[in-house]
Design a binder for this molecule. Structure first.
Ligand code: ZN
Ligand code: ZN
Ligand code: ZN
Length: 252
């Protein structure tokens, strides 16, 4: 399995509009972060995790071939704002979208034209699959285990694919979900900034989760400019923890 980080930034992206801080004006490309998303490839099956407002720009860099499934973590715009651009992929087949009920309900409210009876020509044709966090499901032959995590009070989904788990926008993980995260080679988890935040893990909380889950390696995502410069933060991390950056590809 290969995974490419298409975006590693928080909801505003980095640089943040109008900000002149040291991170937002850095020349290091690792300090420029599009909204969080990833593309996993497993034996020819391509899975897109989240589809935020930077999707068009992110996917332009990739080979134009079918996306077999889109796994949504939750409804927030930074994770779903690019769904309209999936229309190009409907040339291959309807696009299969996997999400929990809260997320699907929000999409139907927000983008009713995707789902209307008389569809306007050219809109994306999305096939919706409601995910129950307790039940693993398959996309083609790839088995995926949903993981229920809490984004402050909102229950959202992370996904385990083989020995990789992708968790974003987590503030806490219910005790019973840790059993789904045993024996990981790679854990991807969010770390917003140094200071604490109501609905996102900060750096020290993310490192505590890495310690508890004990994967072989961990990659941090969904950073804001308040995390600091990529190279400075990386130096402070344990040997098996990496600050991800846009375009990074890993092999699992
Ligand atoms: Zn987010
Ligand atoms: Zn800034
Ligand atoms: Zn969110």
């Amino acid at each position: 399995m290969r995974l490419k980080f298409l975006g590693t930034g928080t909801s505003t992206g980095v640089p943040e509009i109008g900000c002149r801080c040291g991170v937002c004006t850095s020349n290091n490309i690792k300090d420029r972060r599009l909204r969080a998303s990833a593309l996993a490839s497993i034996d020819g099956v391509r899975l897109l995790i989240d589809c935020g407002p930077d999707f068009r720009q992110q996917i332009m860099e990739e080979e134009f071939s079918p996306v077999n499934g889109v796994l949504l973590t939750h409804e927030h715009y930074d994770h779903t704002g690019g769904l309209d651009d999936l229309r190009s992929f409907c040339k291959f087949a309807d696009v299969d979208l996997y999400a929990n009920k809260i997320t699907l309900d929000a999409l139907k409210m927000r983008s009713p034209y995707f789902f209307s009876e008389n569809k306007y020509p050219g809109i994306p044709i999305l096939s919706l699959h409601e995910i129950d966090a307790e039940k693993p499901f398959k996309v083609e032959h790839v088995e995926i285990q949903p993981v229920k995590v809490m984004h402050h009070k909102l229950p959202i989904l992370g996904y385990r694919i083989g020995n990789l788990a992708y968790l974003t926008d987590v503030k806490s993980i219910p005790d019973r979900e840790y059993a789904k995260l045993k024996g990981l080679d790679v854990l991807i988890v969010n770390a917003l900034r140094i200071k604490s935040h109501l609905s996102h893990l900060n750096l020290s909380e993310a490192l505590a989760e890495v310690k508890r889950i004990a994967p072989k390696r961990a990659y941090l995502i969904h950073m804001s400019h308040h995390i600091g410069l990529h190279d400075d933060v990386q130096k402070t991390l344990p040997d098996n923890v990496f600050l991800s950056y846009d375009g990074l590809e890993i092999e699992i």
